[in-house]
Design a protein around this ligand. Structure first.
Ligand SMILES: *Cc1c(COP(=O)(O)O)cnc(C)c1O
Length: 342
């Protein structure tokens, strides 16, 4: 695959796709320790055909963004939380941890080395950063790998869903993760498990699918790559409490923002039959930022929230506050923003 030529990029129409940028970071693990990392221009990985990751899915990943600020600087958002979560995911998949300060430093190196590819302020785009770790040992019997590769690539992306356009979603009959399974880990297998449901949802004209709790199929869990929230008729912010959902850093941040906005945030079970208790609903995640859910179809019945064409006022406010902090336009009272030294 050819390297991305910066002259070929239309900053206002980037979409959400992989582009081969000049630099990525890579570090191998063997003999019980990390061997030292470096930037490389090689966007390929050479693996044994027997590599653990290819057969038994020993992989964990992260998703982050770098945002261009008005003064031309570059912001990261809570990268320490991503470092911690990568290690929590790694623990679940019996993989080594990666030192948190080294993780943040490596992310900064990748952003700095590819800084020309961070979309301009105001374009709605950002540099998506994908740290990941894979088990590389050739194995036939099922056991954890003894060798690993940690890698970080980056690619410029546009708004995942443009502007704050409400989208139609459908409640899936499938599960993405089992109860007591790997739902709390950011790992490839959960996404592999979601591909059929996602494909069917898209073929039926939906933007994506919402999963219910895998034990009873009664409570809302999350979307395939974003957590769910609803704004209650009582004015409160609600988001599911579940052991099979990924602990979203966007969600965690929105819970804090919602408190500041007097929305009395609640993490609780949300019964799929109680949709009429909500005036607004949305999806939260690094890729999705905050995306209004226009409608949710459950067992053939379509439930419309605020509107199918425009975002509700609370969704708009949450988005403006979060994105404003990330881009450096709203005061960062909690110290969430980490600047990249250029
Ligand atoms: C990454 C991810 C999210 C969003 O997490 P953020 O930290 O907000 O980006 C939500 N659900 C799933 C399944 C994910 O993989």
């Amino acid at each position: 695959m050819a390297k991305q030529d910066i002259k070929d990029l239309d900053w206002n129409n980037l979409g959400f796709e992989y582009r081969d940028l000049p630099y990525r970071y890579t570090e191998d693990y063997k003999d019980g320790k990390w061997q030292g990392g470096e930037l490389t221009t090689d966007s390929t990985i050479t693996l044994s055909e027997g590599a653990e990751e290819l057969h038994y899915g020993q992989e964990v990943f992260e998703g982050m963004k770098a945002y261009r600020t008005k003064d031309g600087g570059i912001n990261l958002f809570r990268p320490d939380m991503n470092a911690k979560r990568l290690n929590n995911s790694a623990k679940r998949l019996v993989m080594p941890s990666y030192p948190e300060d080294k993780y943040v430093d490596a992310v900064k190196q990748v952003v700095k080395a590819n800084q020309d590819f961070v979309p301009p302020y105001g374009s709605g785009g950002s540099l998506y950063i994908r740290p990941f770790m894979i088990g590389t040992e050739p194995v036939v019997g099922v056991k954890p790998s003894s060798t690993y590769t940690f890698r970080i690539y980056a690619t410029p992306v546009g708004a995942y869903i443009k502007g704050l356009q409400p989208m139609p979603y459908v409640v899936s009959d499938y599960d993405r993760a089992a109860h007591a399974g790997t739902g709390q880990a950011k790992t490839a297998g959960n996404y592999a498990a979601s591909l059929l449901a996602g494909t069917q949802a898209h073929e039926a004209g939906y933007a994506g699918e919402l999963y219910l709790d895998p034990r009873e199929h009664k409570y809302i869990d999350e979307f395939s790559g974003a957590n769910f929230y609803g704004i209650g008729k009582d004015g409160k912010f609600y988001t599911p409490k579940s052991e099979s959902i990924l602990p979203s850093i966007t969600k965690k941040s929105i819970l804090t923002i919602a408190k500041d906005l007097d929305l009395d945030p609640q993490e609780t079970h949300i019964d799929i039959n109680d949709l009429d208790q909500f005036t607004e609903a949305g999806a939260m995640g690094t890729a999705a930022v905050i995306s209004p859910v226009g409608s949710l179809t459950y067992k053939g019945n379509k439930h419309v929230f605020y509107s199918e064409t425009k975002p509700g006022p609370v969704t708009q406010k949450l988005y403006d506050t979060l994105y404003g902090i990330q881009e450096g336009d709203v005061e960062d009272k909690y110290g969430w923003v980490v600047k990249v030294d250029l």
